[in-house]
Write a protein that binds this ligand. Structure first.
Ligand SMILES: C[S@@+](CC[C@H](N)C(=O)[O-])C[C@H]1O[C@@H](n2cnc3c(N)ncnc32)[C@H](O)[C@@H]1O
Length: 423
């Protein structure tokens, strides 16, 4: 079956024609601004031709030819994250409370996690991906954005989900899929598409839905999404799931004339680029019957950290010093990549701050670099600068954005920019 025939199984013929034409057009571009690092007003002044997307949190659309935002020191240092409007819309209907425990089951490279973590800094997000390489990319994105409320793990939940019955307040299941909604992004996806793939992914999605629902608290929300236009991966999966689980209800979201709904599943949202000014996506919110209770407990933090002049709550674990509090969540037997914000490590009484900390803290009291020094720093070179400072670790910044740490010793600034990021 070819792609067009496949779509005609559930969409009107005129509509399919319009959709196929829209897939030949260039993709749209948008980002979410990290206002912990740059104020909206300053950003708009720097880039006056950007357009604010009013219904989304700190979201801006832009023309890539005017502003190549993917190639900028602002991007490299977490001032924003590039994310489709449709991808950001997926989690935008979720109401999150302080201390909620959220699982993002298929999270890399991090669009959904980052949208939630920026909007809800007091929620706790456990962000998982099956692929180690992709989980590491996700972790590095969390680090440069300076987010302190994300725990990155790399696990196959089909092997461990039974340990987490009714554990999470919300679960995001942005499922692996056949990817037809990404044809504008990748011609490879387009050339590789076949119906067998749709059926194979549909099966994987059904398994992931079962796993996710098992781990969801009564009263909690399961956000299901795909980047596929296939009925089998979208409506059909949900309708079959609802038949099997009488304690699961589909939840109607605020409607818009740019959303498409099928007759059978009016609560599901299809974003089609011929209707919606963004990329394709399917979104559906499921709610488990019952009333939610937030039973997350925290260990008491110590208040100020002695080895470095910052006023942060912290806890110690092995040699690591972590910001905030210990989540009462059992990471045992998990592959844990990032446990919230690591402030630094202490070895034989000597404290070394983490790169993540440099991106978390504000840029006051940092050593400001000029353009030449900035280039040297990101290249990994040593910088000489006469400063009247005591020998210690300091953050260096460029145009009010923190870059990382240096170790100041008698006028020499030892470069601590991570080797993997130098360029
Ligand atoms: C659509 S992408 C996720 C995109 C991501 N949510 C975002 O917004 O940036 C699907 C992800 O699922 C991961 N994946 C595939 N099978 C998985 C599984 N069984 N458990 C967890 N992750 C899985 C893939 O490695 C891939 O990164």
């Amino acid at each position: 079956m070819d792609f067009k025939e496949h779509l005609l199984k559930y969409l009107p013929s005129d509509f399919v024609d319009e959709l196929l034409i829209s897939l030949e057009k260039p993709r749209t571009n948008s980002l979410i601004l990290n206002t912990n690092k740059i104020k909206e007003e300053e950003f708009i002044n720097m880039f006056p031709n950007i357009q604010k997307n009013e219904n989304l949190y700190n979201s801006y659309s832009y023309d890539k030819n005017i502003y190549p935002f993917g190639k900028s020191y602002l991007f490299d240092n977490g001032a924003y994250y590039i994310i489709d409007k449709s991808s950001q819309l997926t989690t935008s209907f979720l109401e999150v409370n302080d201390n909620d425990l959220i699982l993002d089951l298929c999270a890399a490279p991090g669009g959904k996690t980052i949208s939630l973590a920026l909007k809800y800094p007091n929620a706790n997000i456990i962000s998982n991906d099956l692929s180690l390489q992709r989980a590491l990319t996700l972790s590095s994105n969390i680090e440069k954005l300076g987010l302190s409320n994300v725990y990155v793990i790399n696990n196959d939940f089909s092997k461990i989900y039974k340990n987490f019955p009714e554990t999470f307040d919300s679960i995001i299941l942005d499922a692996p899929c056949s990817g037809s909604a990404m044809f504008r992004k990748s011609t490879e996806m387009k050339n590789d598409w076949n119906y067998k793939k749709v059926l194979a992914f549909s099966k994987i999605q059904q398994e992931l839905l079962e796993i996710a629902f098992f781990m969801l608290k009564p009263g909690g929300f399961l956000v299901y999404s795909t980047c596929s236009f296939s009925y089998e991966e979208d409506d059909e999966n949900i309708l079959n799931f609802l038949k099997k689980h009488k304690n699961c209800k589909v939840f109607a979201l605020k409607d818009d004339k740019t959303f498409y709904h099928t007759q059978e599943l009016k609560e599901g949202i299809h974003l089609f680029p011929n209707l919606f000014d963004g990329e394709g996506q399917f979104i559906c919110y499921l709610k488990k019957d019952g009333n939610i209770t937030n039973n997350l407990t925290k260990n008491n933090p110590k208040t100020t950290f002695k080895s470095y002049p910052i006023n942060l709550n912290y806890i110690e674990e092995n040699k690591g010093i972590y910001y905030g509090y210990n989540l009462n969540f059992n990471f045992k037997n998990m592959h844990l990549i990032r446990k919230g914000l690591l402030i630094g490590e202490e070895n034989k009484g000597i404290f070394k701050p983490s790169f993540h900390l440099a991106h978390y803290l504000s840029c006051t009291n940092t050593i400001s670099l000029n353009e030449e020094e900035f280039k040297k720093y990101i290249h990994g070179d040593e910088i000489s600068k006469n400063l009247n400072l005591k020998n210690d670790y300091y953050i260096v910044s460029y145009k009010n954005l923190n870059l990382g740490f240096i170790k100041y010793t008698n006028g020499k600034l030892k470069n601590l920019y991570p080797k993997g990021l130098r360029h």
